[in-house]
Design a protein around this ligand. Structure first.
Ligand code: ATP
Ligand code: MG
Length: 235
């Protein structure tokens, strides 16, 4: 075993499919995913102290503070005793400060035995809005699988009602509280205000940045990612 850890950072607007692709990588390639958005929502339903602090921010599409996110990520990293083939960071880092702190944390725990690769996903704002308005997610917060009402063949119907349920765990599917048009626009504009700075940071620190075409169906995105990955400095 080389002991090298491959860290892959997905950078893209809401609705680009970061979470969906990360999930496929976990299922099919045995990678591990960290979604700070999923973690945040778990805190909210569990009504932890952190959850109560961030509930309104999330509902209004604002970022939670760098220090709160970093605390959460640090804890997650410490709990990750056995790291798999690769780790996908989905929704983190979101700001340059978060990126700098991530570098510090990784260097502290792994010294030089990791690589960072960045995967950039671009998508037109009007497609983002359309996708998120059609998105339904599993209400079971340990699952949070994502589906589209445009593709209900992938979901299933509850036996005695028309309710859509999760194809993975059979919990009801719901809309996310922040998937309403004004909040989607807020999230998009916050994303745009940070993305170029974040990408510049990784460019300046010499990390490879790969572009993925995410305007195509999920399977195509996955296939393209696998191709990309084989050309990475990844295993
Ligand atoms: P999508 O789930 O479609 O990728 P998104 O990126 O807008 O969309 P999440 O990543 O699920 O949504 O994040 C939801 C909310 O959680 C954010 O709007 C923000 O309030 C909070 N959040 C998640 N990650 C971070 C982060 N790294 N820094 C600050 N806030 C975050
Ligand atoms: Mg997500």
């Amino acid at each position: 075993m080389s002991g090298m850890k491959d860290i892959v950072i997905f950078i893209g607007p809401p609705g680009a499919g970061k979470g969906t692709l990360a999930r496929l990588c976990c299922e099919r390639m045995n990678w591990t995913q960290l979604s700070t958005g999923d973690l945040c929502r778990q805190h909210v339903v569990q009504k932890t102290e952190l959850g109560q602090q961030i509930d309104l921010l999330i509902k209004s599409g604002k970022l939670i503070s760098d220090s709160l996110v970093l605390e959460m990520v640090k804890k997650w990293l410490q709990e990750q005793l056995t790291w798999s083939e690769g780790i996908i960071l989905d929704g983190f880092p979101r700001t340059q400060v978060q990126a700098e702190m991530l570098d510090l944390m990784l260097r502290e725990t792994l010294q030089d035995s990791y690589t960072i690769s960045v995967v950039k996903m671009e998508l037109d704002p009007d497609i983002v809005v359309r996708r998120l308005m059609a998105r339904v997610v599993c209400s079971n917060k340990t699952c949070q699988a994502v589906f589209s009402t445009k593709n209900i063949a992938k979901t299933k119907k509850n036996n005695d009602s028309d309710e859509l349920v999760c194809a993975e765990c059979s919990s009801p599917l719901v809309r996310r509280a922040d998937d309403v048009e004004p909040v989607i626009c807020e999230r998009l504009s916050i994303y745009q205000s940070h993305a170029s700075q974040l990408l510049d940071y990784y460019k300046a620190s010499g990390r490879p940045i790969y572009s993925l075409d995410v305007a195509q169906p999920v399977e195509g995105v996955f296939e393209q990612f696998v191709h990309l990955k084989n050309g990475f400095n990844l295993r």
